[in-house]
Design a protein around this ligand. Structure first.
Ligand SMILES: [Zn+2]
Ligand SMILES: [Zn+2]
Length: 283
């Protein structure tokens, strides 16, 4: 399996629209491990479309508990289980991820018990190990390591950028964050930085469509990063490849790839990848 990144869902926020992109999720194939980062709505479909049999589910990392990053965690694992998953799956998430998983198991208790009794499936709960992590080294095993950095995403305090290192590569995800200069140190020397991004002119368009205008504008500006600033982080980190995801806006026909490129024109001169659902990035 070649090392690669597949952007499965690239829009910021939980809404979905006809023909539009899905909320955030990513597949990282690194050193023979399959790592799913975030489980926004559509992650199961995205993995299947990316050619990954769901029964190969292995490691899952959740950056924070906003629904556009965690809504489909339970349904993904459950769908993998009905597809024949029979080995352990490990989920790393911030404090509270255990309750999310237990709540899902509770909500599907009837179906799960029925399938175990009727179809002879293994016990779903015992296949899954949950680790609640904080900043620092999260995982170090078989040539793969994962490190977390708390970022600035109010009002969520447990939101973590993640760095994966393996087979001689380093891949960094910003998670959701306001402009956060310490990310540059964290991402220093990475082969690729996947950073969230927002277009200033797109924010007004979203605010006018969504119906809770002023509060939404306040949240977006306090908690997310303008595209130019994502470029500043990448440049300060010295990374040559920057992939933008969690795009705000992601599905407004008034804004396209050229707007994103223009927004980073003065802050980043390396290889810029504007995320879209299903995009495969060889590493
Ligand atoms: Zn988000
Ligand atoms: Zn968020």
């Amino acid at each position: 399996m070649p090392d690669r990144l597949v952007l499965l869902g690239t829009k910021g926020g939980p809404a979905i629209r006809p023909g539009g992109p899905s909320p955030t999720s990513t597949l990282l194939d690194l050193g023979g491990r399959r790592i799913v980062i975030d489980c926004g709505l559509g992650v199961s479909r995205g993995l299947v479309e990316a050619g990954m049999p769901l029964r190969e589910l292995d490691l899952i990392f959740i950056t924070h508990l906003h629904s556009d990053h965690v809504l489909e965690l339970g349904p993904l694992i459950h769908t993998a289980w009905t597809a024949g998953l029979d080995h352990p799956v490990t989920v790393y998430g911030p404090g509270g991820i255990g309750a999310v998983w237990q709540g899902f198991l509770g909500s599907l208790a009837y179906d799960i018990a029925t399938r175990i009794a009727d179809e002879g499936r293994p016990d779903l709960e015992s296949l899954v190990t949950i680790h609640e992590y904080g900043p620092g080294l999260v995982l170090e095993t078989d040539g793969l390591s994962a490190t977390a950095l708390r970022v600035d995403h109010p009002p969520v305090t447990n939101c973590f950028a993640l760095k994966f290192e393996g087979s001689g590569r380093a891949v960094v995800f910003s998670a959701d964050t306001a402009y956060f200069p310490p990310l540059a140190d964290f991402a220093s020397g990475a082969d690729i930085l996947v950073h969230e991004a927002m277009l200033p002119q797109g924010v007004e368009s979203i605010v006018s469509r969504t119906g809770n205008g002023a509060r939404l504008r306040e949240h977006l500006i306090a908690s997310h990063t303008f595209a130019a600033d994502a470029g500043r982080i990448a440049t300060a980190a010295g990374v040559r490849r920057l992939a933008l995801n969690h795009l705000i806006p992601a599905d407004d026909p008034a804004f396209g790839e050229s707007d994103w490129r223009a927004a980073l024109g003065e802050t980043f001169s390396g290889e810029l990848i504007v995320g879209r659902d299903g995009l495969i990035i060889p590493l």
